[in-house]
Design a protein. Structure first.
Lengths: 245, 191, 570
């Protein structure tokens, strides 16, 4: 259902879309049924069709028309719960045992900065590559992300992955994703974080392993004359926004 | 009181309207304090180091204040007893005794806080002290409000008017007392 | 009870012997529940205009980024945030609550349970005055330095707690104070609603003779009281964090920002039912009258309402699935959230069953009531997507959420209000409203409403996230197709707003020169229709009504008339 609007590019995106479709089918059935009965009654029992009948709603043979559908709704709920929980456990409660790499995602007013492991494949070493608003990952490889926030709440959202997770100052939240195709897509901040919330977007670059190796070689700090700058100061935006008032 | 509507005189449940209203007030206060203390307890559970801050509270002052409040609750009961027997003057005297208890409580609290603030444990020191001052302060406001209302009611009592209100303020006072019974161990004893 | 009966007639006499009152004491400082109800209603509707104007301003910005919005000007990022924040705050706290609970509660409770006023009239007046003050305080936040608060109506810290993050040093504090004052007003009001309905019912009116709308308002007041406390405490904590620099929500010094989310949603979710229930009650009464039918399974409605109320306290964290709570908690809250669909589905089924073998007249109030059911059903089924943890990972904070809750809140706050006003207008003002204008207004509201929000569902599915002043910064969301949907929604909003003028005209014209209303123009059973329109001071003249039967005895076999007033002796 969602894929018509947005490609599904993580291993679990299809599962999440599946839950959404499941719910759409089940609720859609009840929705249509309710409306058929609802409009049917309105049409059938208009005032001119005669006087109304005295029904209290306690009559057994009538009450079961409410009770039985009601139990069926409960059954549908169980299916939905099962589907939702299964996906949730996969996305939020498990981490890949042998991740290809770990990336650090840092949210702050109003930019995303990313720390990629360098050629050694480890974080917090000298060859880490820091970028602002551009995350570079390899297709078909399980990644773990470590999500932190420097100031207020942010939400690391990658729509094509169907992934969302709040970043909370003072905590490190871990999660995972595996991209299934290459390309460049949006990263959003999906939790209001102040005046610049509307410009807090980034891009995720999904590449093949060779392209990624080339990118690492090109960007490893030792190879560069100057190391990439610290996250940019975007305060001027706030200043202009305030001045506009 | 000619303006009192018929609605106020009815008691379909058998419970006087005033008592129902006080129960409503107490219930809404319980959830307010409940929310505050619940938040505090959740923090204590994940921050065992808060015990190191709590040792700077004065347990003896807190214990003395507990005694004062309990005693004042007793005199509130006696005031109610007197009021049900139609003895407004006696009820008023017991209410004044209760008010005195509330007054002593506040004075002790003031000394306590002065001392703690002088040591640098202000409300902004850390989250423990923020909870400490906010919870105890909110409670102290309730004590002050109770004392003021009791003063107003005791004036009516002297004229033998509105004696049923003695019971209502008594119920409120027991509630204020009860909140302290929760605050005292949580803020002072748990170290 | 026994002692109060002889007192009543004596009281009634000196009570109604009132003198000519000045305008101020009659309309501004009155303790009469009907006047207070009107004060609440007109204040609420005026705030509704402001909320609608905010919606207009930010929707224009979304459809035509950077344009000079007529009557507002350029919408900056800061202003956009302030507009959406206060649109939400106003519509829930200053429109839905005052109109549905306070206005209808104040007006209907004494009339429908058959007494002359609320049990604490002066407290009632105080409640309104505090409410009015809170509204003024909120509006004032737009005129202070730094502008109004823009951290969303949920006000999550640390953004809301620190001026260096929010850049609205005064606005955020004023916002918290206004909301806290509003809570106090409704806690005070709730005392009256509950005690009056419990204690002051007319002689003979048992628990199951109370009209559903009164039950719903009372249950809503209790839900409000039981849920708001922690947030009152939270508001104090937030205000201290903002103003004196405490650190309840500051992770660096022992605080926890997620605590606020729990306090907020522990209130925030029951709050949905606080405003939903009165609207459902209004709908129930209207549907029974215009289908000339007894409500289907009255007691079932009550029990499911209780069940909904209890369950509503156990679902709050479904707003926080991806907010960093323990992921295992999500299972619990998925289950409770889907369970709450059971009583709500039951209510919908029972309401539809009420139409079965009825004799339905599609008057304007009935149209509104039926539309409520129709639209709310959409809100209900789309809620399932968000309550299911797995699906919410994607939908969280998208326009799908936004469209979903507008499909619940719009039927509640707008459709429910119009249903109530068009139904009780003859009683309130003694004149009939124009039915043709009413129907024009109805269709002119319902059709554009769906045109606004159905596109937003699709935008949400396309990944459009909320509270963004300009989507041009996000390549995936900047496409022409999505922009067209935004423009469509905005145009629909303009059409809907334009049709509200019809309502205003209808209201004013009917008020001045509408057909005089009889006591009981809809041939209804409940007590408020058994007294003159509008009811006199004291409501029922010298003799208070006695109740002989339940409120929904329509089309009773063996009777000539198809209704049977509650106070008619058999």
């Amino acid at each position: 259902m969602i894929e018509q609007y947005l490609p599904a590019l993580s291993t679990y995106a299809g599962d999440i879309d599946g839950v959404i479709t499941l719910i759409a089918v089940l609720t859609g059935f009840w929705y249509v049924l309710c409306n058929i009965v609802f409009f049917g009654f309105i049409f059938r029992y208009r005032a001119k069709s005669g006087a109304s009948e005295y029904i209290t709603g306690e009559e057994k043979e009538l009450k079961r028309w409410v009770t039985i559908p009601h139990l069926l709704v409960l059954v549908c709920d169980l299916f939905i719960i099962y589907g939702a929980v299964r996906v949730w456990v996969d996305v939020k409660q498990t981490l890949p045992e042998q991740p290809y790499a770990t990336v650090r995602v840092v949210g702050q007013q109003w930019a995303w900065s990313f720390v990629h492991p360098g050629a050694d494949g480890k974080l917090d070493t000298a060859d880490d590559i820091k970028t602002v608003d551009d995350l570079h990952i390899v297709k078909d490889k399980p990644y773990i992300y470590e999500l932190v926030a420097r100031d207020v709440l942010h939400n690391f959202s990658v729509p094509v992955f169907r992934l969302k997770q709040d970043a909370i100052p003072g905590r490190v939240i871990k999660g995972w994703f595996t991209a299934t195709d290459t390309g460049v897509y949006d990263i959003q901040c999906a939790e209001i974080c102040g005046i610049g919330h509307g410009v807090m977007g980034a891009r995720i670059h999904i590449t093949t392993e060779e392209q990624h190796a080339a990118w690492i070689a090109e960007n490893t700090p030792a190879n560069l004359a100057t190391a990439p700058a610290a996250p940019p100061e975007r305060k001027p935006l706030a200043a202009t926004a305030l001045a506009a008032r | 009181m000619a303006m009192r509507p018929i609605a106020t005189t009815r008691a379909m449940t058998g419970i006087p309207t005033g008592r129902l209203a006080v129960w409503w007030v107490i219930a809404s206060e319980i959830v307010i304090f409940g929310g505050l203390l619940g938040s505090y307890i959740m923090h204590r559970l994940v921050n065992p180091q808060w015990a190191n801050y709590a040792i700077h509270t004065n347990t003896w002052a807190g214990a003395f204040n507990t005694l004062v409040l309990l005693t004042s609750s007793l005199s509130a009961v006696l005031a109610h007893h007197a009021a049900t027997h139609g003895d407004g003057k006696k009820a008023a005297r017991y209410l004044w005794f209760t008010m005195a208890g509330g007054g002593i409580f506040i004075v002790v609290k003031a000394f306590e806080w002065t001392h703690e603030i002088q040591l640098g444990y202000t409300i902004t020191a850390n989250a423990f002290w923020a909870f400490y001052y906010t919870a105890a302060g909110l409670h102290a406001l309730h004590v002050i409000a109770g004392v003021v209302i009791m003063g107003i009611i005791s004036v009516d009592c002297l004229k033998n008017q509105e004696l049923h209100r003695v019971e209502l303020i008594g119920n409120y006072w027991h509630f204020v007392d009860l909140v302290w019974i929760f605050l005292f161990p949580l803020l002072y004893i748990a170290k | 009870m026994a002692e109060s009966v002889p007192a009543e007639s004596a009281h009634a006499h000196d009570h109604h012997d009132h003198h000519e009152q000045s305008f101020a004491s009659k309309y501004l400082f009155s303790t009469d529940h009907k006047i207070i109800a009107m004060q609440y209603m007109f204040t609420g509707l005026a705030m509704g205009l402001i909320g609608a104007f905010f919606a207009y301003a930010f929707r224009m910005q979304l459809a035509f980024p950077g344009m000079d919005v007529p009557f507002w000007g350029q919408v900056s990022a800061a202003e956009y945030n302030a507009l959406v924040t206060n649109h939400g705050t106003i519509m829930i706290f200053w429109v839905a609550m005052p109109v549905l609970i306070a206005a209808f509660g104040n007006y209907l409770i004494p009339l429908m349970v058959g007494c002359d006023d609320m049990v604490f009239p002066r407290l009632n007046r105080l409640s309104y005055q505090i409410f009015l003050l809170s509204a003024i305080v909120l509006i004032a936040s737009f005129f202070v330095e730094g502008g109004a608060f823009g951290g969303a109506w949920t006000a999550y810290p640390p953004l809301s707690a620190k001026a260096e993050y929010s850049l609205t040093p005064l606005g955020s504090s004023i916002w918290v104070v206004a909301v806290a004052l509003e809570f106090v007003a409704f806690l005070l009001g709730g005392i009256n609603f509950v005690t009056t309905a419990m204690n002051s019912r007319a002689e003979g009116m048992g628990m199951y003779d109370i009209p559903v709308v009164i039950w719903m308002i009372v249950i809503a007041s209790i839900l409000f009281m039981a849920s708001v406390g922690p947030l009152v405490a939270g508001a104090v904590m937030l205000l201290f964090d903002q103003t004196i620099g405490t650190n309840f929500f500051d992770p660096d010094r022992g605080g926890d920002p997620v605590l606020w989310q729990h306090l907020f949603w522990f209130f925030g979710h029951p709050e949905v039912y606080v405003v939903l229930l009165p609207a459902m009650g209004i709908t129930a009464d209207i549907m029974a009258v215009f289908a000339r039918k007894k409500l289907f399974a009255y007691k079932t409605i009550l029990y499911t309402t209780f069940a909904t109320g209890v369950l509503s306290f156990m679902v709050w964290a479904h707003h926080q699935f991806v907010a960093g709570i323990d992921p295992r908690m999500a299972h619990v809250f998925t289950i409770t959230t889907l369970l709450i669909s059971i009583p709500i589905a039951e209510l919908c089924f029972v309401y539809i069953a009420t139409l079965y073998k009825g004799s339905i007249t599609l008057t304007t109030p009935m149209l509104w009531a039926l539309a409520f059911l129709f639209e709310f059903l959409i809100g209900g089924v789309t809620g399932i997507f968000l309550g299911a943890s797995g699906a919410d990972i994607y939908f969280h904070d998208t326009y799908f959420v936004l469209a979903h809750f507008h499909y619940t809140f719009f039927p509640i706050a707008i459709i429910g209000t119009y249903a109530g006003i068009t139904y009780w207008f003859p009683k309130m003002f003694g004149r009939m409203m124009n039915d043709t204008l009413g129907k024009i207004h109805f269709w002119g509201t319902i059709i554009p409403f769906n045109c606004i929000f159905i596109p937003l569902f699709f935008l949400g599915m396309g990944g459009q996230h909320r509270r963004i002043y300009n989507y041009e910064n996000f390549p995936e969301l900047a496409g022409q197709g999505m922009q067209d949907l935004r423009v469509f929604a905005t145009v629909a909003l303009l059409v809907m707003l334009a049709f509200q003028v019809v309502f205003v005209i209808n209201f004013i014209v009917s008020l001045r020169s509408g057909k005089k209303a009889e006591n009981n123009p809809w041939r209804a059973n409940t007590l408020e229709w058994q007294t003159p329109s509008p009811p006199p001071h004291g409501n029922f003249g010298s003799e208070m009504p006695k109740v002989y039967r339940g409120p929904y005895e329509y089309s009773t076999p063996g009777r000539e008339e198809d209704f049977w007033p509650q106070n008619a002796p058999s």
